[in-house]
Design a protein around this ligand. Structure first.
Ligand code: G6P
Length: 610
C-alpha cells in the first residue's frame, strides 16, 4: 500500500510529484523516491524514511527543467525499508523506471526466468522484475507501449504500476489491477496518482482507471486501453472536488487531535439532510435504488477491517435491536476463507473509511458470483468500494489524515444508527426518541470535547504503564475494543479489551497494581454489572478509570481511582460519545510519550495489500 505519483508537462515536473507524495504519505512512509527526465537523461533519487528526507536529497539538484517525473512513497512488503529497496526501480542501463503499489505474486518465477536470461537484480523487492521484464520485451519489439503491455500481461497479483523511459521521455505508462490509480487532467500537463490528493497540485479533473486498463499519458493528451479486449476506453473526467484533497492541521498539534475535535461537525455532516424530525423521517438517498430489495433482507453480513470492523460491531447491536434483522460482523481478511451458505436475501455491507482496503475489496469480490445485494458505508467518494457496491451511504467526514482512525468511526457509527433506524422504522418503539436524540448529538459531542483538560490530566498520570485493560458491556464493549486498538496503535502500549462478563474467564489473571483498567460504564442499563467488574479489579489491586455519567457516578465514587463524567445518552448512541473519550485518552498518553502520533511505526492509513 504505497503511494504513486507521476507528472508529464512542460517544466518543473518534480514539484507536483513531491507535493503528491507528501499528500500520499498516509499510504506508507518507510522510504520514498523519484525519477525525472532532465532533458537528456533520467535521474533517480531515493531515500529511506519520510518524503522530507527525499526532499533534502533534492535541494541541490536543478529540477526546474524537468518535464516528466514519477515518484513513490513506500510501505514495505517485500524487502526491508531501505534506500536500495525504495522505488523507482530500473532496468540495467537505467532507461526504464517503474513505481509500483501492490504485490506481484509470481515475482519469484519471473525473476528466475529473467536471471536465466542474464538480467541482474539489485533489490529484494517484487517490483524490480517489472522494469527488467519491460526491457526484455522492448529488446524484442522495439515498441515501448507493446513491451509495457506484454510485461503487464505476465504479472499476477495486485498492482498499480507507473513507468517512464528514456526511449519515450515525454510519456508515462500506467496499469492497474486491484489497486487504485487515476489520471489527473490538467492544462498543458497531466498527472497519474493513487488518489485525487496525489494529482491535485496540477490537475482540475480526474479519471479513475479500472482493472485491466493501461493508460498512456502525455502532456496534452491521454489514452486508456482495455487489456482484455484491447479496445480504447472513453471515460469522461470528473471534477476534482476540493474535499478529496488533503487538508491542513490548522492550530492543532496533530491531525489526530484535529480530527477528534471534528466529531460534532462529523455527526452533523452524517445526518445532514438525512433526518427530518418534523415528519419523523430518515432519507438515505444512496439506498433508494435498492429499497425493494432492502425490505426483504433476512440477514446482513458486515465485512470490514480495523476500526471499521469495530464500527461494524456497534452496527450489529444496533441493527439487531432496532431493525430486528440478524447481523454478523466478519473480519474481511477472514471472510474470504469461509465457506458458508447464504440465503438469497442476505445483504453484504462493507464498511471502509478509505474505500480501498484490499481485504474488504477481496471480500466483496468473493461474493460477486452469488449476486447478493452489496452495500457500502464509505468515507472516500469515488473509491473502489463505493464503486463496487450496488448502493451505499457516504460518511461525508472529509479526508482523514491521521493513520489512527477517529472521526471516520464517529461517522460510521452515526450512519449505522441511521441505517438501523431506517430499516426498523415500523418495528422499533425507540425510533422517534432516538431520532430526536441523534439530532442533538453534535451538541453533546461538544460537551465531551470540553472534558479534554480533565482527560489529559488523567492520561498523563497513567502514561508510564506498559499494559492496559479496556472493558465494557453491550454497546460499550466495541468501544472498549476501539480504545485498546487506539492506544496500542499510537502509544505502543500493550492493551487488551474484554467484554466485562469475560473478565473472570481469564484476563483477570493479568490484573495487578501495574495493569490499570479503563471501564466504560455510562450505560443506563448495564452500569451495575460493570460496577461488579470494578470491584473484582479493585480486589486484585488493579487501578481503574471509569467513564460514567453524573447519574451513575455514585456507584463508582468509592471504588474507582479516577472518574470521567460524560453526559447521559441512550445506550444505542453511547458508543459515539465514549469513542471520543477513548480517542482523547489514547492521544494524550501518546503525546506525553512523545510518539509520532499521525504516523505510527509500521502502520499505514490505507492497507491496499491483503
Ligand atoms: C488501516 C488503518 C485503520 C483502518 C483500517 C481499515 O489499518 O490504519 O485506521 O481502520 O485500515 O481501513 P478502512 O479504510 O477500510 O476503514
Amino acid at each position: 500500500m504505497c503511494g504513486i505519483v507521476g507528472f508529464v508537462g512542460d517544466k518543473n515536473a518534480v514539484e507536483p510529484v513531491l507535493c503528491g507524495l507528501r499528500n500520499l504519505e498516509y499510504r506508507g512512509y518507510d522510504s520514498a523516491g523519484v525519477a525525472f527526465y532532465d532533458g537528456s537523461k533520467i535521474r533517480n533519487v531515493k531515500q529511506a524514511g519520510r518524503v522530507a528526507a527525499l526532499e533534502n536529497e533534492l535541494v541541490d539538484l536543478d529540477i526546474i527543467n524537468t518535464k516528466t517525473a514519477i515518484g513513490h512513497t513506500r510501505w514495505a512488503t517485500h524487502g526491508t525499508p531501505t534506500k536500495l529497496n525504495a522505488h523507482p526501480h530500473y532496468n540495467k542501463d537505467k532507461t526504464i523506471f517503474v513505481v509500483h503499489n501492490g504485490i506481484i505474486e509470481n515475482h519469484q518465477e519471473l525473476r528466475s526466468m529473467l536471471e536465466a536470461k542474464g538480467y541482474h537484480f539489485v533489490s529484494h523487492t517484487d517490483t524490480e522484475v517489472v522494469p527488467h521484464l519491460i526491457d526484455f520485451y522492448y529488446q524484442k519489439t522495439k515498441d515501448m507501449e507493446q513491451a509495457f503491455t506484454s510485461a503487464i500481461n505476465d504479472l499476477s497479483g495486485a498492482y498499480a504500476i507507473v513507468m517512464m523511459s528514456e526511449i519515450e521521455p515525454n510519456k508515462i505508462l500506467a496499469a492497474k489491477l486491484s489497486s487504485p490509480l487515476a489520471i489527473g487532467v490538467g492544462k498543458k500537463n497531466n498527472m497519474v496518482g493513487s488518489d485525487a490528493s496525489a494529482v491535485a497540485d496540477a490537475a482540475k479533473k480526474i479519471v479513475y482507471l479500472e482493472d485491466y486498463e493501461i493508460a498512456i499519458v502525455e502532456k496534452n493528451k491521454y489514452k486508456i486501453r482495455n487489456l482484455k479486449n484491447k479496445k480504447i476506453v472513453t471515460r469522461n473526467p470528473e471534477d476534482l472536488l476540493l474535499e478529496d484533497v488533503r487538508s491542513s492541521k490548522g492550530s492543532f498539534e496533530h491531525f489526530m487531535l484535529k480530527e477528534i475535535h471534528e466529531a460534532p461537525k462529523t455527526i452533523q455532516n452524517a445526518i445532514l439532510g438525512r433526518i427530518k424530525i418534523e415528519t419523523n423521517e430518515i432519507k438515505l438517498g444512496g439506498l433508494d435504488s435498492v429499497a425493494n430489495q432492502l425490505r426483504n433482507i433476512d440477514r446482513i453480513i458486515i465485512v470490514s477491517c480495523g476500526t471499521s470492523y469495530i464500527a461494524g460491531l456497534v452496527g450489529e447491536y444496533l441493527i439487531e435491536e432496532l431493525a430486528e434483522v440478524p447481523v454478523e460482523v466478519q473480519l474481511a481478511s477472514e471472510f474470504k476463507y469461509r465457506k458458508e451458505p447464504y440465503s438469497p436475501n442476505t445483504a453484504i455491507l462493507a464498511i471502509s473509511q478509505s474505500g480501498e482496503t484490499a481485504d474488504t475489496i477481496a471480500a466483496l469480490k468473493k461474493i460477486e458470483p452469488q449476486g447478493l445485494l452489496t452495500l457500502g458505508i464509505v468515507n472516500s467518494p469515488g473509491s473502489t468500494i463505493s464503486r463496487m457496491t450496488k448502493a451505499g451511504i457516504y460518511c461525508h467526514a472529509g479526508p482523514e489524515i491521521s493513520v489512527a482512525s477517529t472521526k471516520a468511526f464517529t461517522a460510521q457509527v452515526t450512519i449505522l444508527v441511521l441505517l438501523a433506524l431506517s430499516l426498523g422504522k415500523n418495528r422499533s418503539k425507540l425510533y422517534k426518541d432516538l431520532l430526536v436524540e441523534l439530532a442533538s448529538l453534535p451538541k453533546t459531542a461538544e460537551k465531551i470535547l470540553s472534558l479534554s483538560p480533565a482527560i489529559k490530566e488523567i492520561a498523563i498520570r497513567y502514561s508510564h504503564h506498559r499494559d492496559f485493560m479496556f472493558i465494557g458491556r453491550g454497546y460499550e464493549y466495541p468501544v472498549a475494543l476501539e480504545g485498546s486498538l487506539k492506544l496500542k496503535e499510537i502509544s505502543y502500549i500493550h492493551a487488551e479489551a474484554y467484554a466485562g462478563g469475560e473478565l473472570k474467564h481469564g484476563p483477570l489473571a493479568l490484573i495487578d497494581e501495574n495493569f490499570p483498567t479503563l471501564a466504560l460504564a455510562s450505560s443506563p442499563t448495564l452500569f451495575d454489572k460493570t460496577a461488579s467488574n470494578i470491584q473484582e479489579i479493585k480486589a486484585r489491586g488493579g487501578k481503574t478509570i471509569v467513564v460514567t455519567t453524573k447519574k451513575q457516578q455514585k456507584h463508582f465514587k468509592t471504588i474507582a481511582d479516577d472518574l470521567i463524567i460524560i453526559p447521559e445518552v441512550s445506550d444505542q448512541l453511547s458508543p459515539i460519545l465514549e469513542a471520543i473519550v477513548v480517542q482523547l485518552f489514547s492521544y494524550f498518553i501518546a503525546a506525553e510519550k512523545g510518539c509520532d502520533i499521525d504516523k505510527p511505526r509500521n502502520l499505514a492509513k490505507s492497507v491496499t495489500v491483503e
